[in-house]
Design a protein around this ligand. Sequence first.
Ligand SMILES: Nc1nc2c(c(=O)[nH]1)N[C@H]1C(S)=C(S)[C@@H](COP(=O)(O)OP(=O)(O)OC[C@H]3O[C@@H](n4cnc5c(N)ncnc54)[C@H](O)[C@@H]3O)O[C@H]1N2
Ligand code: MOO
Length: 425
Amino acid sequence: MDVCGTESAADRLWTVDEHLDDILATVRPLPPLDLQLLDAQGCLTVDELVSSVDLPPFDNSSMDGYAVRVADLAGASDEYPSVLSVVGDVAAGASDLPVIGPGQCARIMTGAPMPPGAEAVVPVEWTDGGAGGGAVAAMVAGASSGEVRVFRPAEPGAFVRRRGGDVRGGQSLLPAGVRLGPAQLGLYAAVGRDTVRVRPRPRVVVLSTGSELVQPGSPVGPGQITDSNSFALTAAARDAGAIAYRVGGVPDDPARLREVIEDQLVRADLVVTSGGVSVGAYDVVKEALGERISFRRLRMQPGKPQGFGLLDGTVPLFALPGNPVSAYLSFELFVRPAILTMLGAAEVRRPTVRARITADLDSPEGRRQFARARWDADRGEATPVGGAGSHLVGPLAQANALVVVPEATVHVAAGEDVEVLLLTE
Ligand SMILES: Nc1nc2c(c(=O)[nH]1)N[C@H]1C(S)=C(S)[C@@H](COP(=O)(O)OP(=O)(O)OC[C@H]3O[C@@H](n4cnc5c(N)ncnc54)[C@H](O)[C@@H]3O)O[C@H]1N2
Ligand code: MOO
């Protein structure tokens, strides 16, 4: 408060929505890039996929068997098989095809082109395979010429996969903005594309600050704690679709932190720091970046102190609070939407559902609380795990959702209907 008792800019508490709106108004999708198919996995496309080819590219057989003329098999049965003369073999990839005349057929393999004159395929199991006995279970070696007895008639087009029956040249196959998973990448390859235009994965650098931090695997001295934030946040960035680099344990020295950030900027589309943003004597991130990004306090619990801005007017930097639960939830609520925006996603927020809460919950007045919970989709229930403390990493690892308690609510009773934000969807 200033001397007149009015709220100054520094005192102002931002709502969660105001902070997110500021982020979404600032962060832009990355410029598109042509990538090799497998480098684009998980990215969102920029263009619609229009096929320049027919698939299949030619009429072909869906079975190992014989390519036949339909009239030759009229009335064929076990008792009165049709006897055809076999004029050749057609394997997948064959280009020199025999012409099938009346009374003739060719052995044909799955995927092989239909030879001219043939109208259908009979599977080998409906023939004697040229062996002169009853029906066989598979192609008989060396019977590519001679005679074959066929025990059933054939419909025109039976077991023939038609040219263009799957995909037509000129057809629109996928709209822009599709996430490239295995089937979509397979489709690009199937229509002959070796590259695809996408928004690339943002490169995210994750930095942990704090002179008290030691890296996992090292001995922990008095007053020290293990750096867990850089692991959780790097994993969360990858989960959101980013390429993430972890830089653990920058000490509480503003000059050193500025130096590390400058070094990291060569490989960063976005930077995330944790720790050093509150009001202590060693709040290194605030000291190092106070002039370059905006530090603010939110009507939120956990996650009250936050820093956000563009470094050099281009690279978004998120200065998240150091408490592990605060850092992780801040990432979920603010950094993840920024990464998804850079990827070009239309929907950047986690989904929410309504559920019945199974236990009482207290919440601070004037702050939106995000309580860790286990959500049971079948029962439509959310069960809080652990308490409100933002150092509680044990229960955080049990949670798959957050119960959202509005700013004006100070108590929720078991059995009430609440909003639940799903962390795993
Ligand atoms: N007088 C006040 N004190 C605090 C306030 C306040 O308003 N007035 N806000 C509290 C809130 S809320 C939060 S959140 C924290 C934010 O603190 P910092 O961002 O400055 O974080 P640190 O002080 O560096 O660390 C806080 C806590 O988290 C642990 N930590 C830090 N980094 C890591 C890491 N990489 N891995 C695991 N744990 C980490 C650190 O040891 C501290 O215990 O400030 C409150 N104080
Ligand atoms: O806001 Mo702090 O993030 O409550 O622990």
